[in-house]
Write a protein of this length. Structure first.
Length: 556
């Protein structure tokens, strides 16, 4: 067997997320490629939460709709997910909490009195998840030593009690099959948020500011954890307006800075985004999309804020917008976004969502693209300093406060080359032309990068058009059906020629997006390219690989 899908579920507060990470780590050590999808409500305790863990011999960046193993720590998990069971699946459950109803022939069940085990071993109640992991390992022939190693790595409290309870559950469970190891090097397991964080650090990040909003909050937590190691300033201001304005202060002082938020927070940041455009202050914004409008579904996912990112803020100004589709792209483009912001003195927006941000992936370092050097344009002292000097490229030389002989005036009002406020019509036009001129050079700069990527059968007559986190499931469906995938990565400046070239030869183009209005498809259509079908999902949940494959089959 080279592919195994598992679901572990229970109430919020049962440690389901941690349990999913431990299972992923165990299979990763055995050479499998990992994908973990997390599903949880926006409450601290109670409600239903689950993780879908996929271990495969080859890279798979999507979950399956049906599972080989269902690990149920409460009745709701069994009742909600028994319909996901494959024909020869195994249900492992706490028989102190779960009553298993009649199941189709071929499905095996393993019940264990987990509450009794943890009580007799003087372990905390939450260690029931340790016990169910131990039973899973025993049933598929994974050595207890490997399981214990993963448990010790991920559990920070009551570790000895957890190990004792898990060891007993392992000994008392049956062995059903042998899920052998694969002879390939384990990859690091990272989330999209961790990849974004590491990419920003690679790009020279010096300060990160955020007010917590899912799904971007883990970036704040991760960077705070490594702040001392990287001499990084990590700040949690009182609201998103303060986040943006304080960040622009860092930018003014010459510090590479990024902020993280979701749609509601980005609404509050938009006036500051326009300030960045007018004052030509470089800034990176990580925008974690989630279903809306308004509060929407705070802990679920969508791709509804593409139009918002492209048009946010009053007035017209050059911006860079990118939507990575996996952790390798998130790492690479986060670094690039920071470098581009500082080279062109513009805002960069990184579009993410919960599916990318909070999923766990096998991170393939060998697949990383090599980032280009993009040094900022610094004042060389050859002439008197003008913060907004009108240059051929539109990029003015940078100097920073306290630099000798440089008078640096930053202005949100229209201004002349020295930063002095003006309402003169000729100067207004001159300065607007200067700011917008940067887009032409940026567009030329991006032609050497993969702003559009093609996957699958490049000669196929049917193409799936996608962006962001939909990449993984589209690539898998295309492999199954022999199709081509065209993935738009950069949205501003929009790579019109590259999209047209990638779709050339396709007789049928199917747009796959996580929104109700096909926002990417609309952009492509506006440039004269035909989109024949749309497969849209906007309930906050991503497509499973089999679900999307079935939908695409119905259109072929």
């Amino acid at each position: 067997m080279d592919n195994l899908s598992m679901l572990i579920g229970g109430k919020a507060g049962f440690g389901i997320d941690k349990a999913g990470q431990i299972i992923a780590a165990i299979f990763n050590r055995r050479g499998y490629r990992i994908y973990v999808y997390r599903d949880y409500p926006s409450i601290i305790r109670g409600g239903h939460t689950f993780s879908l863990i996929r271990a495969s011999a080859t890279r798979r960046d999507a979950h399956e709709g049906h599972v080989d193993y269902l690990l149920a720590l409460d009745q709701e998990t069994f009742d909600l997910h028994k319909g996901r069971l494959k024909s020869e699946a195994v249900v492992i459950y706490d028989n102190d909490a779960v009553k298993v109803s009649e199941l189709p022939d071929g499905i095996r069940t393993i019940g264990s009195p987990l509450a009794k085990v943890v009580k007799e071993e003087a372990a905390p109640d939450i260690s029931r998840n340790t016990c169910i992991i131990a039973i899973l390992c025993k049933t598929i022939g994974i050595d207890w030593g490997l399981a214990e190693e993963a448990l010790r790595r991920y559990i920070s409290k009551d570790i000895e009690a957890n190990i004792k309870a898990g060891s007993r559950a392992y000994r008392e469970s049956p062995s059903l099959t042998e899920f052998g190891a694969i002879d390939q090097r384990p990859h690091p397991l990272v989330s999209g948020n961790e990849a974004i964080s590491l990419g920003l650090l690679k790009g020279g990040l010096k300060a990160y500011l955020a007010y917590p909003m899912t799904p971007s909050s883990p970036i704040l937590h991760y960077l705070a954890h490594v702040a001392e190691e990287f001499s990084l300033k990590v700040i949690h201001p009182e609201n998103e307006i303060a986040v943006m304005l304080m960040a622009l202060g860092f930018s003014f002082a010459g510090e590479r800075v990024a902020v993280g938020t979701s749609g509601g927070g980005f609404c509050l940041m938009t006036e500051g985004l326009s300030f960045s455009g007018m004052a030509e202050l470089p800034i990176v914004v990580i925008l974690g999309q989630r279903p809306g409008p308004s509060t929407g579904l705070p802990t679920y996912s969508c791709q509804t804020e593409l139009n918002f990112a492209l048009s946010a803020g009053q007035g017209e100004f050059t911006r860079f917008v990118v939507a990575p589709g996996d952790p390798e792209e998130a790492y690479y483009w986060s670094s690039e976004a920071l470098n581009i912001a500082w080279k062109y003195q513009i805002p960069s927006i990184i579009l993410s969502d919960k599916d990318l941000a909070e999923a766990t992936y096998s991170f393939d370092e060998a697949a990383l693209a090599t980032a280009q050097e993009r040094p900022p344009f610094l004042w060389d002292r050859s002439q008197a300093y003008k913060r907004y000097a009108d240059t051929e490229t539109g990029i003015s030389p940078l100097a920073f406060p306290s630099e000798k002989d440089a008078i640096i005036k930053i202005n949100s009002y229209e201004h002349d080359e020295s930063g002095i406020t003006t309402e003169n019509g000729a100067i207004t036009k001159k300065m607007e032309d200067k700011r917008l001129r940067k887009e032409r050079l940026l567009r030329e700069d991006l032609t050497s990068l993969q702003t559009v990527r093609v996957h699958g059968d490049k000669d196929a007559k049917t193409a799936l058009l996608c962006w962001g986190s939909a990449k993984g499931v589209c690539v898998e469906a295309a492999q199954e059906l022999g199709l081509k995938v065209v993935q738009v990565v950069v949205f501003a400046p929009f790579p019109f020629e590259e999209v047209a070239q990638a779709l050339a030869g396709a007789k049928k183009v199917i747009a796959v997006e996580y929104n109700a209005t096909a926002q990417c498809a609309r952009l492509v259509r506006a440039r004269g390219i035909a989109i024949h079908e749309e497969v849209l999902k906007y309930d906050g949940r991503p497509f499973s690989s089999d679900e999307l494959t079935k939908k695409i089959e119905g259109l072929l």
